[in-house]
Write a protein that binds this ligand. Structure first.
Ligand code: DGJ
Length: 730
């Protein structure tokens, strides 16, 4: 059992393979955090907490004159506002009398094998032999609020899954003004960095690393989606941590709505990390007897640097978060018609594309936006989920049959959460749209947002989608979401409960996704939000694949894929080869480079294959054959970032090591050609130091030579050349 409770010391100790997490119930029943770091066995670590009179700190009424007892200076396991802790709060409870306070004290706990699902929310899962769970109840005697802290330990992966459930065991209705998922206080002075991932549409997931400083460093989204702007994935690491050394801790919120993550350094140089639903767009009424479940955070610990941390997370996600057949099975190689045709297509054009696709070894045609209603541009018809038979003669069923007749699977685009003002759905159900009284809606991409919290909306969408999935026998859907939420208001809720609309929205999205997953267990769902605008651990529970960016430029993708690789398994990252000049940047890159970059993720094409010349056709055929042969190494293997795009502008390099460790694939892409260049070399990782490796040209190297001296390459000239080197352990 990875969880121990020591009755004498009143300590809870959670062990993973290489880490230890310990809490203590102190004499006034506060639950304090002692330690989270490298594994330490058989030790009461509460000596790390040194209560001191910090001067004018608030002491609880039962402190009996002890000025060292203060919730403001002791490391809390779950912080609250109102009774003396002035650092960031996890829980703001507005009581029936208007006071905002909760004073949480330990009441009881339970330890069991396995892990329960979180009602209505995505969450990691595991069998009783894979995961243990601890639940600790903290109670506020005055309001009757009980917070159940949930800790699940996936020992083998060095992963803790944390969440919190807030229940009202009192007699009065309460309002939660915030209910975050977790708090992690470090009792010792910190010397750490925080790594976050900022971005924008078509420029997602840029890594930013900052030394912690006094005050607060915060990333958040109040857009109703996790967003391309900031990602609910944050790393805290030793100041000196590198890819291969130093303690690192990743926090991945299993949630796709508005969020916040913040690290704060206080007066005594200790840190507090909190994460959860964005408080700005949240409040929740909790009647007597009701409970609120805050989403889960996956916390991954590594003592040996960032690469080890990412690889643990990657392996974990594919086994304990992603569901369905595609978690470890190869997704079909697809061609998506978006960049090939945009809105301008008909059945004949699609069949021609399909024919060209089949010829090169592609396995599925994905019909993107524009197949429904009167959608010939992005200004109309969202919500009218029936085929445009002017474009698609015979409808989707007929197209599906013809594709399958050619030996291809059929995939289809939806943007279920949206409605066009110019649509039949809007005419019929104006009340289904989020809209504030007396205020005209802000549109974005000429579209409005459905109130996904309404059961009627979910039912309508499920019925439309299920009908089409059956009729067209779809193997795949692309679930797009192309705007941030504004005008969040629901006619169904009274004024004082409007703060629930945002979270109810995402619960509605999850409910619909869950119905689809249950009804169509074989269906592959690729999530997309104008590219990587909702690439988070929450969506991975429903969709094994996420379209990483609307920017398909291979060189820009290097940085986007680098950023994503920290927190997300490469298999989950939708990545396509597109045409040149690239539609987003106008850049021209070699087809080889586009192929090798796309192979780092879930591989596919997004171009008009009917326009290929014979040489390109041959090359694409080879690329697809290569991917089919290598996919398991790229997608299930160990991933190493060999260069950092912020530091190395010359070239980018990454390496994947097969699960049996016999094959390493090293990819190098030159970003900027250099005249009279220095020797191009890169140090490899993950090899057996004494093992012997051969490359395809017959070169022989020891693992030590490749890792300590490096792999040396001949000069590469021209615009964006690239190479893949295959090393085989003999
Ligand atoms: C945004 C997506 O990211 C694109 O791939 C494409 O599906 C368009 N939406 C279609 O409107």
């Amino acid at each position: 059992m990875s969880i121990q409770y020591n009755e004498r010391d009143k300590t809870f100790t959670l062990h993973t393979k290489t880490s230890t997490y310990q809490m203590v119930v102190e004499s006034h029943r506060y639950l304090l955090h002692c330690y989270y770091g490298d594994r330490i066995e058989g030790q009461n670590l509460s000596f790390l907490i040194q209560p001191q009179d910090r001067g004018f700190a608030a002491n609880p009424p039962d402190a009996e004159g002890d000025r060292t007892l203060s919730v403001d200076t002791l490391p809390q396991e779950y912080s609250t506002f109102g009774v003396g802790d002035f650092r960031e709060s996890c829980l703001d409870v507005r009581n029936a009398d208007g006071s905002v306070a909760a004073d949480l004290r330990y009441s009881e706990h339970r330890i069991y094998k396995g892990k329960k699902a979180l009602a209505g929310l995505p969450a990691s899962y595991g069998d009783p032999e894979q995961v243990d769970t601890l639940e600790i109840d903290l109670e506020d005697a005055v309001s009757g609020v009980c917070v159940t802290l949930q800790y699940s330990v996936f020992e083998e992966y060095d992963i803790l899954a944390r969440a919190a459930r807030v229940s009202n065991q009192g007699a009065h209705t309460l309002m939660l003004d915030r209910a975050l998922s977790m708090c992690l206080d470090d009792p010792l002075p910190v010397q750490k960095d925080v790594i976050t991932f900022y971005g924008r549409h078509m420029g997602e997931r840029n890594l930013e690393r900052t030394a912690l400083r006094h005050g607060k460093i915060r990333v958040e989204s109040a857009r109703g989606a996790s967003s391309p702007h900031h990602n609910p994935f944050v790393i805290l690491c030793d100041a000196g941590a590198t890819e291969t050394s130093g303690a690192c801790c990743a926090f991945s919120l299993v949630y796709s709505g508005s969020f916040m993550a913040q690290v704060e350094v206080d007066q005594t140089d200790s840190s507090r990390f909190v994460m959860g639903i964005d408080p700005q767009t949240f409040s929740w009424e909790l009647k007597a007897g009701e409970a609120f479940q805050a989403p889960e955070v996956l916390i991954c610990y590594s003592t040996n640097g960032l690469a080890e941390m990412s690889n643990k997370l990657h392996r974990f996600q594919l086994r304990h978060l992603v569901r369905g057949p595609y978690k470890t099975k190869r997704c079909p190689v697809l061609v998506n018609n978006w960049e090939a045709t945009y809105f301008d297509f008909d059945t004949e054009k699609l069949l021609a594309l399909a024919e060209a696709a089949k010829e090169v070894g592609i396995e599925m045609l994905v019909l993107d936006d524009g197949w429904f209603g009167r959608r010939n541009s992005d200004t109309t018809s969202l919500g009218d989920w029936f085929a445009n038979t002017e474009k698609l003669k015979g409808g989707l069923g007929c197209l599906g049959r013809r594709l399958r007749g050619m030996g291809l699977e059929f995939g289809l685009w939806f943007e279920p959460e949206m409605v066009s003002p110019a649509s039949l759905l809007m005419d019929e159900h104006p009340a289904w749209c989020l809209k504030m009284p007396g205020r005209a809606n802000a549109t974005s991409r000429s579209q409005c947002v459905l109130n996904m919290g309404l059961a009627a909306v979910q039912d309508y969408l499920f019925d439309c989608m299920a009908k089409i999935i059956r009729e067209a026998d779809l193997a795949y859907i692309k679930w797009d979401m192309n705007r941030s939420i504004t005008n969040a208001y629901s006619d169904e809720l009274p004024a004082h409960r409007q703060g629930e609309v945002w979270h109810r929205y995402i619960l509605g999205v999850y409910a619909l996704l869950e119905r689809l997953v249950q009804a169509f267990p074989e269906l592959l769902i690729e999530s997309c939000a104008s590219g990587g605008g909702r690439y988070d651990a929450g969506m991975l529970y429903y969709s094994p694949q996420v379209w990483a960016s609307d920017n398909t430029d291979a060189i820009d993708r290097l940085a986007i894929q680098y950023g994503n690789s920290f927190g997300f398994a490469m298999k989950t990252m939708g990545s396509h080869v597109s045409v040149c000049p690239n539609h987003q940047t106008g850049r021209t890159t070699p087809l080889t480079t586009r192929g090798l970059v796309a192979m780092a993720g879930s591989f596919g094409y997004e171009m008009d294959l009917t326009r290929l010349d014979a040489q390109e056709k041959r090359q694409i055929k080879r690329q697809i054959a290569q991917f089919k042969e290598q996919w398991a190494i790229h997608q299930l293997g160990e991933y190493h970032r060999l260069t950092d795009p912020r530091k190395n502008h010359w070239f980018a390099a990454w390496q994947v090591v097969s699960e049996d460790r016999c094959i390493s694939l090293v990819t190098i892409v030159v970003r900027e050609p250099i005249a009279n260049p220095p020797v191009l070399y890169v140090k490899l990782r993950g090899l057996e130091p004494t093992g012997v490796y051969t490359d395809e040209q017959g070169g022989r190297y020891t693992g030590a030579a490749l890792m300590s001296a490096g792999l040396v390459l001949p000069p590469m000239r021209g615009d964006y050349p690239s190479v893949q080197v295959q090393l085989r352990h003999i």
